[in-house]
Write a protein that binds this ligand. Structure first.
Ligand code: NAD
Length: 248
């Protein structure tokens, strides 16, 4: 308890999945949490689950103007931002031979532009007091997957833009750390009865040394470490939580 006392955290795509699990974990450790999401249908359920006075701001991470609005509101309500978890992301199957321009630009807009704008606005707002920026990549930001062409391109970009931003902040002596996280396949309880998800699970299980998908809280625990001062000597680094997938 209290690992994030007196910290203010912004989590994008925080109404569901890993973002919501992380927001909940942060709040139990004392953080004031702001979740943003393009979709507000799960807003009330999410805020109830997180507790500790969390607030919701509707935001499309791919629009830079939305980022300026988010930081303005958060500073208005809480006075500062200490942590940004750039989590929002979308995935769509598509291979290198058949992807469409529309699919490509949609994934780049959310998974790459969204993280880039987040980093830029976080640096501008954190440079006086310092902070921690955590960017969501994937194991697909480190290794290839034949049917996730655009997704791997975007997540690989997140991995390297993290390093560039981390070096820039260190050079400027901003006391802002920037790291990326790379989960393997994560269990989605809401999709347990979805035949598409079951197919994905049966394809991936043989490749997972730990023999199971990860749980969202297992990703959240890693992000908590990166958000807290416990990770004060880590910047520009990539952190895996993949059940051993990439160790093979
Ligand atoms: P999810 O779909 O459960 O949650 C993502 C959230 O992002 C949703 O609430 C969605 O509404 C929101 N979102 C989508 N587009 C947005 C936009 N333009 N602006 C703001 N919010 C937007 O997904 P998840 O599985 O929790 O994944 C979260 C992140 O983790 C993603 O970046 C994903 O690529 C990454 N990831 C997931 C897995 C996995 O197995 N689930 C593995 C590796 C990486």
């Amino acid at each position: 308890m209290g690992r994030l006392s007196n910290k203010v955290a912004v989590i994008t795509g925080g109404a569901n999945g890993i973002g919501l699990a992380t927001a909940t974990r942060f709040a139990t450790e004392g953080a004031k949490v702001v979740i943003t999401d393009v979709n507000d249908t799960n807003r009330e359920t999410a805020l109830k689950k997180i507790g500790n006075g969390a607030i919701f701001i509707q935001q499309d991470v791919s629009k830079e103007a939305d980022w300026a609005m988010v930081f303005e509101k958060v500073i208005d309500v809480f006075g500062k931002v200490d942590i940004l978890f750039n989590n929002a992301g979308i995935a769509a199957m598509g291979d290198a031979e058949h992807f469409t321009a529309e699919q490509w630009h949609q994934i780049m807009a959310v998974d790459l532009d969204g993280v880039a704008f987040g980093i830029k606005h976080a640096i501008q707002n954190m440079k006086t007091n310092g902070g921690s920026i955590i960017n969501m990549s994937s194991i697909e930001g480190l290794i290839g997957y034949p049917n996730l062409f655009a997704f791997t391109a975007a997540k690989g970009g997140v991995r390297l833009m993290t390093k560039s931003a981390a070096l820039y902040c260190a050079q400027q002596k901003y006391n802002i750390r920037v790291n990326s996280v790379h989960p393997g396949p994560i269990h989605k309880p809401e999709k347990d009865n979805d035949p598409k998800e079951q197919k994905l699970v049966s394809e991936h299980l043989p490749m997972l040394p730990l023999g199971r998908f990860g749980e969202t809280v297992e990703v959240a625990n890693l992000i908590l470490y990166l958000a807290s001062d416990e990770s004060s000597y880590s910047t520009g680094s990539e952190f895996l939580v993949d059940g051993g997938y990439t160790a093979q």
